[in-house]
Design a protein around this ligand. Structure first.
Ligand SMILES: [Fe+2]
Ligand SMILES: [Zn+2]
Length: 422
């Protein structure tokens, strides 16, 4: 099935070769096989000899209108899974230094041509090696990497059917000695999370639980913090809206290690927390599509946190990171809301990259374990492995918690004899 394609008007676009919807749909191995990731808009810019090419999916991902981009939090609204439904172009026109695109979901995007020229993916042929360290020899991924997939996941434990299976009672946890912490952290190492249950639902007691593990990491969110839907920080986590699957602080040079949540009060409905073992998802991708796994292990995705006039965090790293000596998977860094402009994405890899990203997003959103953070349940998550999200909620919801750095919680596991990693 071919879509009807409209071409920009004559005056600006006499050189338009074609609004190039590549006419033969290629066989797709991604979950969204009905979407054409390879559609490219091609148009002429005055006084330039070559046509300008840009993928439709990249454009839709980068729409910065009020509906697609939250200009208060500087976060994207759409997750990659949405792109497969909303990235078909009905019409595009180029006029007065602007590219206007009408999409199949009755949405219109406007891009400044100069901005596009500065930020849209460029061909590897036109880039110097120094700007593409991962692909510096332009050899393609298979020659750059050869993961031993079995080894990547050697230490990854199985999934629990019920997160509460591993909970430890507050009274047991707080007993003098290290048995409680040993129980908790051995579960975090094995499953990616641990739970202390029946904790009195107040902030001060929760602090004591956290301090029994380690001291908190002080960040812009504080050391220990309480939050509700008051938008105290420029992040969707501080609203009652749905929060899609993500890891925290993807924009830090080193994302936080453990995340601790305790819901002290919720008078309303919704607000279920979702958990996904990112290592299991990575393992599935490695098994089903090696090229996709390698793309997500080599192409860097820039992440940002911008709070105007206060903070501007930025990092540029891969989604699946591996320990350099053991080659085992070590970290998943993923927050679709915090993705900055993908301007270093090589043009040649755009199609496969978006297939991989949408597939990852589909897998993450499709089968999370859900857990209701009711008062008394203190959840410890390994933020380098487990992704979390939350359904929308109504009413008043009050949480408290903290972060513990990766260095600190792993130090504790070594002292307790749980980890022997060197
Ligand atoms: Fe979060
Ligand atoms: Zn938009």
């Amino acid at each position: 099935m071919f879509q009807k394609v409209y071409f920009p008007k004559e005056n600006y676009t006499s050189g338009i070769r074609h609004c190039l919807y590549q006419q033969l749909r290629r066989e797709s191995h991604a979950a969204n096989a009905n979407f054409d990731f390879d559609k490219i808009l091609s148009f002429k810019i005055p006084k330039e000899s070559n046509n300008f090419h840009v993928h439709a999916v990249w454009l839709r991902h980068h729409c910065q209108c009020q509906k697609c981009y939250n200009h208060r939090t500087h976060q994207r609204v759409h997750i990659p899974s949405h792109l497969s439904q909303i990235s078909s172009v009905k019409k595009f026109t180029v006029k007065n230094k602007q590219c206007l695109i009408d999409w199949n979901d009755d949405h219109t995007s406007v891009f400044n041509i100069d901005w596009l020229r500065a930020n849209a993916p460029k061909s590897l042929a036109g880039l110097s090696a120094s700007t593409l360290p991962i692909l510096e020899e332009n050899q393609g991924f298979h020659q750059q990497l050869s993961y031993n997939y079995k080894k990547c996941f050697e230490s990854v434990g199985s999934i629990l059917n019920d997160p509460l299976e591993i909970a430890i009672h507050f009274d047991e946890f707080m007993k003098v000695g290290n048995d409680g912490v040993t129980h908790l952290l051995s579960n975090v190492l094995r499953y990616g999370y641990g739970i202390v249950n029946q904790c009195p639902p107040d902030f001060e007691t929760t602090k004591k639980v956290i301090l029994k593990v380690s001291h908190p990491q002080n960040t812009i969110y504080g050391d220990f913090s309480e939050w509700t839907s008051n938008l105290a920080h420029a992040d969707t986590a501080y609203t009652s809206d749905v929060v899609h699957m993500h890891t925290d602080t993807s924009y830090f040079t080193e994302p936080i290690g453990l995340q601790i949540f305790h819901c002290l009060q919720h008078n309303g409905s919704g607000g279920l927390n979702s958990l996904v073992d990112g290592f299991q998802i990575a393992k599935q991708i490695a098994r089903e599509n090696q090229e996709s796994y390698e793309l997500l292990s080599t192409l860097r995705i820039p992440s940002q946190y911008v709070d105007d006039g206060k903070h501007h965090f930025h990092s540029n790293d891969v989604t699946f990171a591996h320990d350099s000596s053991s080659n085992q998977i070590q970290k998943i860094r993923y927050n679709p809301h915090d993705v900055a402009v993908l301007k270093d994405l090589p043009f040649e890899h755009v199609e496969k990259f978006y297939k991989s990203l949408v597939n990852l997003s589909d897998l993450l959103e499709s089968a999370p374990q859900t857990i209701k953070l009711s008062p008394g349940l203190v959840l410890f998550l390994d933020n380098w492995r487990v992704l979390h999200g939350r359904t929308a909620y109504t009413g008043f919801r009050h949480l408290c918690g903290a972060y513990i750095s990766r260095s600190d919680w792993l130090s504790r596991t070594r002292v307790l004899g749980l980890l022997n990693d060197f």
